[in-house]
Ligand binder design. Structure first.
Ligand code: COA
Length: 429
């Protein structure tokens, strides 16, 4: 057991005791992504027979999300700002909900009372010498949820890296559950030949001294493979993963030329392997902050040469980006894409980059398409979009007429689809 000031000893309880604080009808916000407090969720799910209509608000659920499985709908209803493998089906089958919201604005929903928080389930480190617990790998909406909640229940996990920035006093936590367990890890993505070609094309747009935002997945990781010769790159990103560690260790990422927070890796959550978690642990150069700071487009824009790199499912010939729906089916969410597209768009020397393979479904579908699929939403508008990149090249859409945009996008479509797209454009005009 951690050595704790005796005046806090009554707060230390078992998970089962702590989760008794949840009542039917409550809204429970769960710590985000790899910061998910797994032991607390297990204890909440164990109470399913006694509870009804508990809303579980979450974003990227990395665990099995048992509360969203068939049979749980009387007890729990999941409400996601972003969907993943464990929650997508529940929404599709009408057993759970999806709420569209820019990641930067989620804290405002909690703080303003639009979505009042009854209980926040968070995960923290044991307190440090200053008496505060670190939020570890997830500050994002987790810190604002804890600051807005009636009741805060924290899993205290000694495997959680102690990161700089976001922290919470023991006084602000109502129940502490000491439970060590491995922090959730993200499997390394598969980087194939197509992703490498996209990575190389994107890397060609990035100047020395740039500050980077990198989304999740194979494409951002592939970009990092081609940045070895750059100098003094910086990180101001919603999240980062192992690829950034390798470039930092090679001296490519120094954060030295960042125009705000120089010398610091700034992010709102972390997702990777233990290599990442060991790198950030007690690292004075790493700072986590809530997402309404990190993803605020006006904060992002204060970085000169800000480069945002995100992916998409489809881009139509006007440049409208769908990054979250397959037809009428919600696949993921907006996340921080628009926050960073807008911030990079206002940054001096900034570029926002949407990078994706030219095809989907094993080459059967062109992601550069005449129209976004029926039923799908536009994630990034044609007015916000800047660069679109595929393995076939780079389309710079800013300042281009619709006619010239279509031509630039067709030029980076897969060759098998270029004629079809060009004929469709001619037919429409
Ligand atoms: N029609 C049918 N299927 C499609 C499709 C389409 N138009 N587009 C993609 N698919 C399929 C793919 O083929 C793939 O299926 P497979 O796994 O069987 O091959 C699947 O849908 C997923 O597509 P993929 O492009 O591989 O997804 P991804 O995991 O690389 O994620 C996004 C891409 C765009 C969904 C993801 O980056 C995202 O959610 N972005 C929005 C949020 C964001 O940008 N945040 C940034 C800050 S972190």
């Amino acid at each position: 057991m951690t050595d704790i000031n005796p005046r806090y000893k009554d707060k230390f309880v078992s998970a089962a005791e702590a989760l008794r604080a949840v009542k039917s009808g409550d809204r429970v916000v769960v710590g985000h992504a790899t910061g998910e407090p797994q032991a607390l969720i297990e204890a909440l799910v164990a109470r399913a027979p006694e509870l009804c209509d508990v809303e579980i608000v979450h974003m990227v659920a990395m665990g099995p999300a048992k509360y969203a499985q068939p049979g749980m709908e009387g007890s729990f209803r999941h409400n996601g700002f972003f969907l993943g493998g464990s929650t997508r089906k529940a929404v599709e089958e009408g057993r759970a909900d999806f709420t569209p919201c820019f990641f930067s604005e989620v804290p405002r929903l909690f703080r303003s009372g639009a979505l009042p928080v009854d209980v926040a389930l968070i995960q923290v480190t044991p307190p440090g010498a200053d008496g505060f617990c670190s939020y570890g790998v997830s500050a994002d909406y987790t810190q604002p949820a804890a600051e807005s909640a009636r009741i805060v229940i924290a899993q205290m996990n000694r495997s959680m890296p102690r990161t700089g920035g976001s922290k919470i006093a023991l006084d602000a936590i109502h129940y502490v559950v000491e439970q060590d367990e491995p922090v959730l890890e993200l499997k390394p993505p598969q980087i194939g030949d197509i992703e490498r070609r996209i990575g190389e094309n994107v890397a060609g747009l990035i100047p020395d001294g740039a500050t980077l935002q990198l989304g999740i997945g194979a494409i951002p990781d592939a970009v990092l493979l081609f940045l070895n010769d750059k100098k003094d790159l910086g990180i101001h990103s919603e999240m980062f993963s192992d690829g950034v560690v390798h470039l930092a260790q090679r001296g490519v990422i120094t954060n030295a030329r960042k125009t705000i927070n120089p010398g610091k890796f700034v992010c709102t959550f972390l997702m990777g392997s233990r290599v990442l978690y060991d790198f950030v642990d007690r690292n004075p150069a790493v700072e986590l902050a809530p997402v309404d700071y990190v993803n605020d487009p006006f904060v992002i824009a204060r970085h000169d040469n800000m480069m945002s790199i995100n992916s998409a499912l489809q881009v139509d010939l006007m440049g409208q980006v769908n990054a979250e729906m397959i037809g009428a089916r919600q696949f993921s969410g907006v996340g921080g894409q628009v926050d960073f597209v807008r911030g990079a768009g206002r940054s001096k020397g900034g570029k926002s980059i949407i990078a994706m393979p030219s095809t989907a479904a094993g080459g059967k579908l062109s992601r550069i398409c005449l129209e976004i699929d029926r039923g799908a939403a536009v994630t990034t508008s044609r007015t916000d979009v800047h660069y679109v990149v595929t393995e076939f090249g780079v389309a710079d859409l800013r300042g281009k007429s619709l006619r010239r945009r279509a031509a630039a996008l067709i030029a980076i479509a897969h060759p098998d689809f270029r004629d079809m797209l060009a004929k469709a454009v001619r037919g429409a005009s």
